[in-house]
Design a protein around this ligand. Structure first.
Ligand SMILES: [Zn+2]
Length: 462
């Protein structure tokens, strides 16, 4: 779940910023309400899917947040000798427990590299039949337990896709979809795939007949510095709906609950703590520098980018994919206007966004990312890295954070009293106006900083 800060991303984000004022128009698809495909998905799922990623089995706490679905990764099912793995069998047992306790299961099939490790390289045509046999196995073996399948995860993101190219990844999704779609027709199970890169949705158009939904993973304001408007969520969903005409599911969305930008001197201090004078010094001594990095980060970099030059690695570590992990910080402008990366900002994000999402007729569900804060970042392994540790609705000790209550209210179907509804409307309008005010102040400040008028970032009282 990372958005590469490429030049193309900059261009697209600037274009989208101009489109945002048209968000109502972009996200409005009047035919969706009567679209038989949307109706069918909602009938099979039992209504709008109120979900959460990586939950634990505290059923009371889940129910308390009105969460009805859990989203979980299926472990690769086989040992090298072809027998079913213990890991898969215990996973299946756990999913049965969720099901028996009233929580529906949204299951993600394994990554391409899992098949390669097993000896089934999806790039070799002779392996297609064996991979499709496994795809069929998921549907049959998990019948009565899993209510929805997502075919693999976020193709287009290097970490998940490599060594496949995007074309090969699309073919990998399609070979699953072909059999899984057929296999699920006489049941209430739906199948689809998710995107973190719009190109995949365009390349997948020719296989639309084999899927029930397209999933989107959206993390606006968490990984990039270019877009800041919460209304971009309905805009992007509206664009994918417009292009594909398929029912959509927001497979992952959320907001980082803590993290700050570092000053130049704080960054320098951090590099010094690794024994290097500056970014340039580290790039000039890249082999030694890689040895000093947190092992999870250096191992992944060495595995994914064996042929990268020292300069390319420096770009990735200090400016790109790994910069936030290395500096254990968020970029200065990485946020939605009006929503700080704090537990309260995270709660406000859910409180304002979920009602907007539930108004979209073509959106069949939304899965919060994620259930609990983690003790360490899954990318770099560091405990204090805000990038992948502060997304939870509950904290590391299992206590609800403010976001827990915001999701509970957003997922509630209880009819509000007219007074409550009016009060909420006024609150929302104030929140929107306030966001606009903060946006204006931030824009002005950024302009002046760009011209070097302020030596230090100006502090405005927000
Ligand atoms: Zn990290």
């Amino acid at each position: 779940m990372n958005l590469k800060t490429t030049f193309l991303t900059r261009i697209v984000s600037v274009l989208l910023t101009f489109l945002i004022p048209l968000n109502l128009w972009m996200s409005f698809h009047p035919g969706a309400k009567i679209d038989p495909n949307v109706k069918e998905v909602l009938e099979k799922t039992g209504g709008f899917m109120k979900g959460c990623c990586h939950t634990n089995q505290d059923y009371d706490l889940l129910e308390g947040a009105n969460i009805e679905w859990t989203r979980k990764d299926i472990p690769f099912p086989y040992n090298k000798d072809g027998s079913l793995s213990e890991y898969y069998l215990s996973w299946k047992k756990e999913m049965k427990q969720y099901h028996d306790n009233g929580i529906k299961v949204f299951a993600i099939t394994p990554y391409p590299h899992d098949y390669i490790d097993y000896g089934l390289d999806p790039r070799k045509p002779e392996n297609r039949a064996a991979i499709q046999k496994i795809a069929k196995f998921y549907v049959k073996d998990l019948a009565g337990i899993v209510g929805a399948f997502q075919i693999t995860n976020e193709m287009g993101i290097d970490r998940f896709t490599l060594p496949l190219t995007l074309e090969e990844a699309v073919d990998f999704i399609a070979m699953h979809a072909e059999v899984m779609y057929k296999e699920t027709r006489n049941s209430n199970v739906i199948i689809g795939y998710n995107i973190a890169n719009p190109t995949v949705a365009i390349k997948m158009l020719k296989y639309s007949k084999w899927i029930d939904y397209i999933g989107l993973d959206l993390y606006i304001g968490c990984f990039e510095e270019f877009v800041h408007d919460i209304n971009l969520f309905p805009v992007l969903l509206g664009i994918i709906r417009g292009v594909s005409q398929k029912p959509l599911i927001l497979c992952e969305f959320g907001y980082i609950g803590y993290g700050e930008a570092l000053s130049k001197s704080e960054k320098k201090e951090l590099i010094n703590s690794y024994g290097f004078k500056s970014e340039t010094d580290a790039i000039e001594n890249m082999d030694e520098f890689l040895d000093e990095l947190p092992p999870d980060m250096s191992n992944e970099i060495e595995e994914l980018y064996p042929d990268a030059t020292d300069e390319e690695l420096g770009e990735m570590i200090f400016k790109g994919e790994y910069a936030n992990h290395f500096y254990k910080s968020l970029p200065k402008n990485c946020k939605l206007y009006g929503y700080d990366h704090t537990p309260e900002g995270q709660a406000k994000f859910y409180r304002n966004l979920i009602p907007k999402l539930r108004k979209l007729d073509y959106l069949c569900g939304a899965f919060v990312y994620c259930w609990a804060d983690s003790s360490h970042c899954y990318v770099c392994g560091q405990a204090e890295c805000p990038v992948e540790t502060g997304w939870g609705l509950i904290d590391g000790k299992g206590n609800p954070k403010p976001a827990y209550y915001a999701v509970r209210d957003g997922f509630s179907d209880a009819k509000k009293s007219p007074i409550q509804a009016a009060a909420d409307k006024i609150n929302d309008s104030i929140a929107d106006l306030n966001a606009k005010r903060v946006e204006l102040v931030d824009r002005i400040r950024d302009k002046f900083e760009n011209f070097g008028i302020f030596a230090k970032p100006a502090k405005f009282n927000k």
